[in-house]
Design a protein around this ligand. Structure first.
Ligand code: GDP
Ligand code: MG
Length: 457
């Protein structure tokens, strides 16, 4: 059993955000959740009530009423954690919340750790580890696609299939190990042909999942998009126009933006993380130079660069030279011709074949076209109910490790290595697979995963 989990503890936490709100929900889970609540609840006798019922009453301490509340009752094992659970809807005042939580602490509950409710649900077999992680992803989903992908995973995703394939593989591993027990005798319980077939089936499935991470990662973390260009090109103005707020300082003084300013917008269900950077030029100002080196760093790490050119000032030569430099980076880029309102007709003619998206950031001209072009650079499908997609870096890593281990098994089978070596590689693959769904866990792993959850989840 993992550290920090004592099933006899009853835990309590505020499940809604801190601060003033219409209502707040306080959550208790554990053996004594109902009993502890009853001690301060004047209303019905909760243990006598059926699970999944709601009861109006007051919470009192020494004859003093703290609040009028609704108590939702969940009896084990029919709750999120599979333990006795109570959810209290009270008025959303921090004072009330604090007093109520104190009441419970006094009567033997303890404060929940981050993610502890979900951790308990996992420990009690409510779902596997990959699904538990999806609960966290669901809460933090910032776009429609991210929400759907997390929900799909929470409802099973690849968990069932992985468990099933793992069982089949375990079967072969034990057959091979049985052969080893027979030592010198030349027995073959595990038909090599059948084993190869199974592994090839698993590899096909894993490969599909591994590839899906390209899209899954984008869905979860967004597409890092850097706005770059010379000082005064209108980069900050463009960021503000895209965000529809005055996030970055705009000024006619070149070199104003020094640090990287970042914010997200959702285009077509996908998050784009736009980064406004310092204008690229030679400078003697050390702080500006630092900003420029950061800008270059971000450009190299970006998935897309919006290169902004000031059409009121630029020359064809300059533009051609900058295009060469951009090409050399090897990152998808869009050339944005800004200040269209002040662009000389001559230049506009000259750059006709240069694939510019012509805009005016200040006047918000043609921004919709720009957004469409940005989206068209990525082939992002809408995530549908039931789509299986790897969005979690940990899962991606474990899937890749499994795939590699199974490749070694295939090579081993091909070169007819002995059963003991074969068994070793299979066991390794089983280990990695088990780590995905949590059949194999360690305290460190669990702590790492659940520490990123909110308290109260
Ligand atoms: N005429 C015109 N001026 C613009 C446009 N976009 C930005 N500017 C001006 O150009 C100057 C520099 O803009 P800024 O966004 O700070 O440029 P940055 O250095 O690239 O971030 C400011 O005075 C802006 O008002 C535009 O579309 N048309
Ligand atoms: Mg700027």
């Amino acid at each position: 059993m993992a550290q920090g989990y004592s099933p006899d503890d009853t835990i309590v936490a505020l499940a809604t955000p801190q601060g003033v709100s219409g209502l707040a929900v306080i959550r208790l889970s554990g053996k004594d959740a109902i009993h502890i609540t009853q001690q301060v609840f004047t209303g019905k006798t909760l243990v006598d009530q059926p699970s999944h019922t709601i009861h109006l009453g007051t919470l009192t301490e020494g004859g003093k009423t703290i609040d009028e509340v609704l108590v939702s009752l969940f009896k084990e094992p029919n709750s999120f954690t599979k333990e006795n659970s109570i959810e209290i809807s009270c008025h959303g005042s921090p004072v009330i919340v604090r007093q109520i939580i104190k009441l419970f602490l006094k009567r033997g509950a303890r404060l929940a750790e981050p993610g502890e409710f979900t951790k308990r649900a996992f420990m009690n077999g409510r779902f596997d580890l990959a699904q538990a992680e999806a609960v966290g992803d669901l809460i933090h989903a910032e776009s429609e696609n991210a929400r759907q992908a997390a929900l799909n995973q929470m409802r099973g995703g690849f968990s069932k299939e992985i468990k099933f394939l793992r069982q089949e593989l375990i079967h072969f591993a034990s057959l091979i190990e049985l052969e080893l027990d027979f030592g010198e005798e030349d027995v073959e319980f595990a038909k090599r042909k059948d084993l190869l077939q199974l592994i090839e089936r698993i590899q096909t499935y894993l490969a599909r999942l591994i590839i899906s991470f390209d899209q899954g990662n984008v869905i979860k973390n967004g597409i890092p998009t850097v706005i770059a260009g010379k000082p005064n090109a209108g980069k900050s103005t463009l960021l503000n126009a895209l965000l529809n707020e005055e996030k970055a300082l705009v000024s006619e003084i070149p070199g104003t933006t020094r640090d990287v300013i970042e914010d997200e917008i959702t285009l077509g269900g996908t998050i784009f993380r736009f980064m406004d950077t310092a204008g690229l030029r030679d400078t003697n100002d050390s702080i500006e130079a630092l900003g420029i080196s950061r800008a270059r760093e971000r450009m190299r790490a970006a998935s897309l660069i919006l290169y902004v050119v000031d059409l009121s000032k630029a020359s064809l030569n300059e533009i051609i030279q900058e295009d060469e430099e951009l090409k050399a980076l090897g990152i998808p880029y869009i050339k944005v011709g800004n200040k269209l309102d002040k662009a000389p007709t001559q230049l506009l003619k000259e750059i006709e074949n240069q694939e510019f998206i012509l805009i005016s950031a200040a006047h918000k001209t043609n921004l919709d076209t720009l957004k469409e072009v940005i989206l068209s650079k990525f082939n992002i499908r809408e995530v549908k109910q039931g789509d299986v997609l790897v969005t979690n870096l940990r899962h991606y890593q474990k899937l890749t490790e499994t795939h590699e281990a199974l490749n070694r098994v295939i090579i081993g089978l091909d070169s007819e290595i002995t059963g003991d070596f074969l068994a070793m590689d299979i066991r390794q693959a089983l280990y990695f697979l088990g780590e995905i769904t949590g059949e194999i866990t360690s305290d460190d792993l669990l702590e790492n995963i659940f520490a990123n959850f909110c308290i109260g989840k």
